[in-house]
Design a protein around this ligand. Structure first.
Ligand code: NDP
Length: 259
C-alpha cells in the first residue's frame, strides 16, 4: 500500500482524504490518503521524514504551507513555478519531490464536468490573488478566447494580465472593469462571499440570462452572488466543483505515479 498525505496546520478541516480515498478504491489503486498535522516550525523536519519513506507516493499541501513548499521541492512544474505556490507534491520515478499546482486545472475540470463549454468563450474574472492567477492560466489552456481581469487593486489585475500574455505569447488577457457582457462566463475569484456580511463582488443588476456565473468559494455552497445570479436567470456554478475537479485530477496524478 502506498501512502498519500495531506499536510497543513490546522488539518482537521481538510476533506481531501474522505473525497480521494473512494476514488482510489473505485479505481483499484492501492493508495491510502491520510491527514498529517504539520506545524510550520516542524515543516523541515517532517519534510525529511516524508522523503525517507519509500512507500510515500506524495502529498497534498494546504494552508499555511503552500508558499513555503516550493523552496523545499527538488523541482517544480512550470505552472507551480509561475504561480509561486504548490498544492501537490509527488515522488517522481527518481525519488525526487516535484511540486504541482492544480487550483486552476481543478477549476476548469469542475466546470467542464458540469457541461460548461469554455472553448471560444469570453470570460470576466474578478480577483487577482493566488486562486485567480492559477485560474487565468488554466482558462487560457482550456481554450477560452479572451479574459478580462477586474480587481479592487487594479495594478494587480494589470500585472496578472501581463504575466499570462507574456507566458503564453498571446493577447489573451486584459485588465478591465467588472462589467459582464451578455453570454459571458463570469468568475468570482475573490474571497468575497465567505462571510454573510461581505459586499457583492460586482453590481448584480448587470447579470442576465445566458451568462454562466462561477464561484471559487465552496462554503457557503451558494453565495449571495450565486443567489442573485440565479434570480436573474444566469446559470450558476458553485466553488464545490473546483474542489471536486481538483480531487479527481490529483487522484489521477497519484495513480499515474504507481507506474
Ligand atoms: P488572495 O488573498 O490571494 O486574494 C484575494 C482576492 O480577493 C484579491 O483579488 C483581493 O483583492 C480580493 N478581495 C479580498 N477582499 C476584498 C474586498 N473587501 N473587496 C474587493 N476585493 C477583495 O486569496 P486566494 O486567491 O488564495 O483565495 C481567494 C478565494 O478562493 C478564497 O476565498 C478561497 O476560499 C478560494 N479558493 C477556493 C478553492 C477551491 O478549491 N474551491 C481553492 C483555492 C482558493 P486585492 O488584490 O485588491 O486585495
Amino acid at each position: 500500500t502506498r501512502l498519500m498525505g495531506i499536510i497543513g496546520d490546522p488539518i482537521s478541516q481538510a476533506k481531501t482524504p474522505q473525497a480521494i480515498n473512494p476514488i482510489f478504491a473505485a479505481k483499484a489503486a492501492d493508495i491510502v490518503c491520510v491527514p498529517l498535522h504539520v506545524p510550520t516550525d516542524d515543516l523541515g523536519t517532517v519534510w525529511a521524514g516524508l522523503k525517507a519513506m519509500p512507500n510515500l507516493i506524495g502529498f497534498g499541501v494546504t494552508l499555511p504551507h503552500k508558499q513555503m513548499v516550493p523552496q523545499l521541492c527538488d523541482s517544480l512544474d512550470p505552472l507551480a513555478e509561475r504561480i509561486g505556490a504548490v498544492n501537490v507534491v509527488r515522488r517522481e520515478q527518481d525519488g525526487s519531490f516535484r511540486g504541482y499546482q492544480f487550483d486552476g486545472q481543478g477549476f476548469v475540470r469542475g466546470l467542464t464536468a458540469q457541461g460548461v463549454v469554455l472553448q471560444g468563450r469570453d470570460a470576466l474574472m474578478i480577483g487577482a490573488g493566488g486562486a485567480a492567477v492559477a485560474i487565468a492560466f488554466a482558462l487560457q489552456q482550456a481554450g477560452v478566447a479572451r479574459l478580462v481581469v477586474a480587481n479592487r487593486t487594479f495594478e494587480k489585475a494589470e500585472a496578472l494580465a501581463r504575466a499570462v500574455n507574456e507566458a503564453t505569447g498571446t493577447a489573451f488577457a486584459a485588465a478591465g472593469a467588472p462589467t459582464p457582457a451578455p453570454r459571458q462566463l463570469l468568475i468570482n475569484a475573490t474571497s468575497l462571499g465567505l462571510n454573510d456580511t461581505d459586499p457583492l463582488p460586482l453590481d448584480v443588476s448587470t447579470l442576465q440570462a445566458g451568462m454562466t456565473v462561477a464561484e471559487v468559494i465552496a462554503k457557503p455552497e451558494i453565495t449571495a452572488l450565486l443567489r442573485a445570479a440565479e434570480q436573474r436567470g444566469a446559470a450558476i456554478h458553485s466553488g464545490i466543483h473546483m474542489i471536486t475537479g481538483q480531487v479527481s485530477l490529483i487522484a489521477d496524478h497519484m495513480i499515474e505515479a504507481l507506474g
